[in-house]
Design a protein around this ligand. Structure first.
Ligand SMILES: O=P(O)(O)OC[C@H]1O[C@H](O)[C@H](O)[C@@H](O)[C@@H]1O
Length: 511
């Protein structure tokens, strides 16, 4: 069950147009009225309302999950390949229940190398992709198919596919003899955690997913009886900030929930020049610009939302649908995610099988840069000083979120130095989360892109490029998409990852 405490609840005007609009959206949401978000949005909304019934509809999956986990019970190392909604949900479930799930949601060869279990004989790989055409996921699937074959193992006995019926992945996988579980096609990717995408990997970790479904169903019933907690949350996020809100997992015992919410809210609302950008911080007290609305699940904050994981999932999906109405945007599309995909696709077509020369303008110890400057410090200083008055900085790090994790310190350091909102994302993971927001919402972002050399690489079977080339094209493609909007972007390239990261942190501290 969910409880909401809002520090400024006395400011909530129940007679306001906004409050009435949210209440109206809530009542229509109960009836699955797909016209809530206007006529332009209704075609897509019509086929995206299935999430509302997942708390009960997904019970139908339970027998199938029992049968599958029994069939594959000899496999105890679980790898999940998937991006955005297809992996952020299962990842927070695994962390919350203290289970080990290897989440491959990157194309960085260093990160990939950590996701390849030593003992393939006892490994099960779950491939989750709603569309069945996401390049990261299809490439990861091809990599594992090849690895199982090379190890003399039957890949169809070590891999399970979750996808929409009739997606390219569904058709190809069934033709090759894989076990395929179809998801509900009337549920969008970021609203899918209570369906097969979230529940199947969790069931393989030995988690009793019926508990998650029960609490989400209870929360749905409670919201229907009393909409106030959801209305209050949506109202606070719309009126308590014009753009950013801080969010932290601290003390929640649900590590990764903020990342899941970041994707849900940023990708759903960040379009048409409006939106709300969740700034995920480690700790409730981490630096955010003064007066930023702070949200938490347990720590002291302006808006505290308590409740177990299943309740949080359903609650935030409901709130996001209300935010769409309150902000007058379509919460179910992601028009600008496609843009970066197309840009990287066309680079891959021209590059062939190798990354083009760096063409850097200069090098400062282990960091190469691409604009005229004496060194990285002066370049960074000028760049950060030029962040728009109420603007933000997005750090986009195309490196290894495990081995290079200390790079995340850059968020706090730069936030302190600049007093601006600073968000951190791992590439290409963030392209399926805040990536939509950066290109579609308020155009006041500045972008620090960090790429790196890689001394390992993996072939992508069936493609004429490798993962090293793919991640370079993704970074470059997104850089082009951002630059084409006239938004400031600074790229730094680490020639040596470990050294480059400590040099960069030291430079940021010295500013
Ligand atoms: O599950 P897939 O089709 O591979 O998509 C993965 C992700 O891609 C995009 O970013 C969508 O906007 C997300 O909602 C989705 O979760």
């Amino acid at each position: 069950m969910i409880e909401v405490r809002y520090r400024n609840s006395e400011l909530v005007d129940r007679q306001s147009q906004l409050f009435k609009k949210l209440l109206d959206a809530h009542e229509r949401l109960i009836k699955k009225d797909f016209t809530i978000w206007g006529s332009e949005a209704s075609d897509e909304a019509k086929i995206r309302m299935g999430w509302i019934d997942l708390p009960t509809d997904s019970r139908e999956l339970l027998a199938q999950l029992d049968a599958l986990t029994a069939k594959f019970r000899h496999l105890n190392t679980i790898v999940l390949c998937g991006m955005g909604g297809s992996s952020l949900g299962p990842e927070v479930i695994a962390h919350t229940y203290g289970k080990e799930l290897i989440v491959l949601d990157s194309t960085d060869p260093h990160y990939i190398s950590h996701c390849l279990p030593e003992n393939l004989e006892t490994t099960l790989v779950i491939v989750g992709s709603k569309s069945g055409s996401t390049i990261e996921t299809t490439s990861q699937k091809a990599l594992f198919e090849n690895l199982f074959e090379a190890a003399g193992l039957d890949k169809t006995r070590h891999m399970i596919i979750v996808t929409d019926p009739d997606s390219p992945l569904d058709i190809a996988s069934r033709n090759s003899g894989f076990t395929v579980v179809n998801a509900n096609p009337n549920v969008g990717g970021r609203f899918s955690v209570l369906g097969a995408f979230g529940l199947l990997p969790s069931a393989f970790l030995g988690i009793d997913v019926s508990i998650i479904l029960d609490s989400s169903a209870d929360t749905k019933e409670a919201l229907i009886r009393d909409p106030y907690p959801a209305l209050l949350t949506a109202y606070a996020i719309i009126t308590g900030t014009v753009q950013y809100f801080g969010i932290t997992d601290e003390n929640s015992k649900m590590p990764g929930l903020s990342d899941w919410i970041e994707q849900l809210v940023a990708e759903s609302t960040g379009k048409n020049g409006v939106g709300r950008l969740p700034i995920v911080t480690d700790k409730a007290g981490d630096f955010l610009p003064p007066k930023t609305l702070r949200v938490s699940f347990a720590s002291d904050a302006d808006l505290v939302i308590t409740g177990d994981l299943g309740s949080q999932f359903f609650f935030w999906e409901w709130v996001t649908a209300l935010l769409g109405s309150g902000l007058s945007i379509d919460p179910f599309n992601q028009p600008n995610v496609q843009e970066s995909k197309l840009a990287s696709g066309s680079l891959l077509a021209t590059w062939g099988d190798s990354v083009p020369a760096l063409n850097s303008v200069g090098t400062d110890k282990s960091i190469a840069f691409f604009q005229q400057a004496d060194d990285v410090k002066s370049l960074l200083s000028v760049f950060l000083n030029a962040i728009a008055e109420n603007g933000y900085l997005a750090i986009m790090a195309y490196v290894d979120r495990r081995e290079d994790a200390q790079l995340m310190q850059l968020r706090n350091i730069i936030a302190h130095k600049t007093s601006k909102a600073v968000t951190f994302g791992w590439g290409p993971r963030f392209l399926h989360s805040t990536g939509q927001y950066h290109k579609g919402a308020q155009a006041n972002g500045s972008f620090l892109q960090i790429t790196a050399e890689s001394d390992v690489d993996f072939v992508i079977p069936g493609k004429d490029f490798t993962f090293k080339t793919l991640i370079a094209a993704q970074a470059n493609g997104d850089e082009n998409a951002i630059a084409s909007r006239g938004l400031p972007i600074l790229r730094l390239h680490l020639l040596d990852r470990a050294k480059g990261i400590s040099e960069l942190l030291a430079i940021a501290k010295s500013l």
